[in-house]
Design a protein around this ligand. Sequence first.
Ligand SMILES: Nc1ncnc2c1ncn2[C@@H]1O[C@H](COP(=O)(O)OP(=O)(O)OP(=O)(O)O)[C@@H](O)[C@H]1O
Ligand SMILES: [Mg+2]
Length: 694
Amino acid sequence: MNLEQIPLPSEFLEVFKEEGINYLYPPQEKAIEKIFQGRNLVVAIPTASGKTLIAYMAILRAFTKGLKSVYIVPLRALAMEKYEELRRFEKFGMKVALAMGDYDSPAGYLQHYDVVIATSEKMDSILRHDLDYAYTLGVVVIDEIHLMGEEGRGPTLEMVISKLRTLNEEAQIIALSATIKNSEEIADWLNAEHIYSEFRPVPLKLGVYFDDTLLFSDGEEREIKRDSIGIGNLVKGAIKDGGQVLIFVNRRKSAESLAEKLGRKVERFLNEEEKIQLKNLAERIMGEEYTLYSEKLAKAVMKGVSFHHAGLSNWQRKLIEENFKRHLLKVLVATPTLAAGINLPSRVVIVRDVTRYNGFTSVHIPVMEVKQMLGRAGRPKYDRYGEGIIYARSEPRAMEYMEMYINGEVEDIKSQLSSESALRTHILALIASNMANSEEDILEFFERTFYGYQMPLQYLHKKVERIIEFLEEHEFIRRRRLILPTPLGKRTSDLYIDPYTAIIFKKCYSLPYDEFSILHAISCTPDMVPIYPKRSEMEELFSLAYSHQLALDEFEVDPTIFFGAIKTAAALLDWMNEASQDFIVRKYDIGPGDLHSRVEMADWLLYAFAELGKILKYENYREVEKLRLRMKYGVREELLPIVSIRGVGRVRARRLFDSGYKSIEKLREAKVEDLIKIPGIGKKLAEEILKQVR
Ligand SMILES: Nc1ncnc2c1ncn2[C@@H]1O[C@H](COP(=O)(O)OP(=O)(O)OP(=O)(O)O)[C@@H](O)[C@H]1O
Ligand SMILES: [Mg+2]
């Protein structure tokens, strides 16, 4: 089917044509037909088969009818990708918003947008503040709906879908998923058409590599000598052919060391122009703020190879992804944090590790995840074919992987909603937003969830009862004729924190004010991921723990969390006392990305700590508000006025302060000539600063 046949204004379709899309793939055709009949849709088709386009068509159709859409994605990286693509329609008057972070903002402003792209957490928080938002929606897109089966974040996604459906039965649901076994069940749950197909526009050959053999599932065999790295010659072959290679490993350290080793193999295939560009790239990496990874990264990049993991800073990761997309970097060695669903030009994907450490022992990665990784190979925008290869250390292993991952079936998606912690949070949210005000209401709501679809509700009955008791006991709700939220319960839900987090905060409010113990308290909550404590650090962590009065002791929470929280609090305190990023990263043996993600979480939790404190008459809440700002900027209190000037980070703020500019008033009197004497401040920035303070 040609694009012109789609009943949308031709200028909309032109946008896709400019991208090189001229006709629809067969499953797209089937899906789009149903969209224009106004049906709900579950689209379960392979990776890279163009699911996004299907969603865009529903959004555009809604737009022509004056209706709004939301596009729910699991990760920020994906949100960015969709945002950039949808903004191409802004020239037709379509307003597109990217709603991220800040879970405590009113949703009102979103009413002005035609399309809102949000993570499931953000969408959940929007609905907690403002149920009305749901009524205005014509289309709800849910990307990667199979993530509903994920233990950690699945329940939120499931709740968001169920809430939207309860509030607004009219909205058209477009759920996208990679192929899963029970997609038909999900379709039935959503009262949706089930579009299923094995069609993949770019053929993807799957195989295993062991000894000196590359064996594909279609029987093709190639001899490729195994080298000392294992996959060196496999990579070399692909690069020689002009392809790019994406490799998945299970540990950061492996990503780094493999990238280094592969550099030597890849280097010789670079042309002069590429070498110059790569050298520039390496210089850029070294020139920007220095981090633990700068040198390693620069060294690898010079050879056309890079590693990619959550320890890197955001800008480093972005830079690497961009240059891989530009074909400058030939090989990327990544941990699985590299987002599923994103488009990268990798003709060959190698899954080097199909196991990972779960804290106790090494376990096999789910089939779904491995298929997702392999599915990054051969994307229509970039390649005409793709190869997805699993590496095995021996032939029997290889056969096992072939059986399990390549020929095997993907796991069923099962609701994770019945976990105690998920129910605790979400039942409070239902009560706090007045979606349910009795036990019957709550059970009735759960009847509409995927859990309710899959399981008889009597299992849930007892749990719901227990959780209501728990919430009442801790004063989040009051039970009269109806169940109503207390101010504490309402605020806890709006602040998007776990009720258990609020309980820990409450304990902390009664202690004497102490920065360390507050940081420890927020780091013990289920809303923080504490930094992992190493055995060699325990002695020091012990003595830190016993030199403070803490809200929790080591017997109230898991010891790993308790001591991890001590370590996290210490690192955060160093950050707020202006230790350099490099110092912190070395001292605690973490990546800059690890530090930044903790700072971000702590920023949010300190905000919540102060906000709840206001309700509970905590007298030091103003101190905590300052603490939060110090966390955000990584500075001592005296720098707070200066550091909030745009373009002035923590380092420049300190230099300004030490040069005598201790306040905004003092800065107002400064001249450009004075400011540019300070290292790190050029003429442009100096003028910008003066403009702001005046
Ligand atoms: N009909 C088409 N003709 C040509 N290219 C297309 C067509 N439809 C989609 N594409 C391109 O295919 C690429 C992959 O599409 P998309 O990202 O939607 O895949 P997906 O099905 O969501 O895969 P995944 O499961 O990995 O998320 C995109 O670059 C898109 O522009
Ligand atoms: Mg996708």
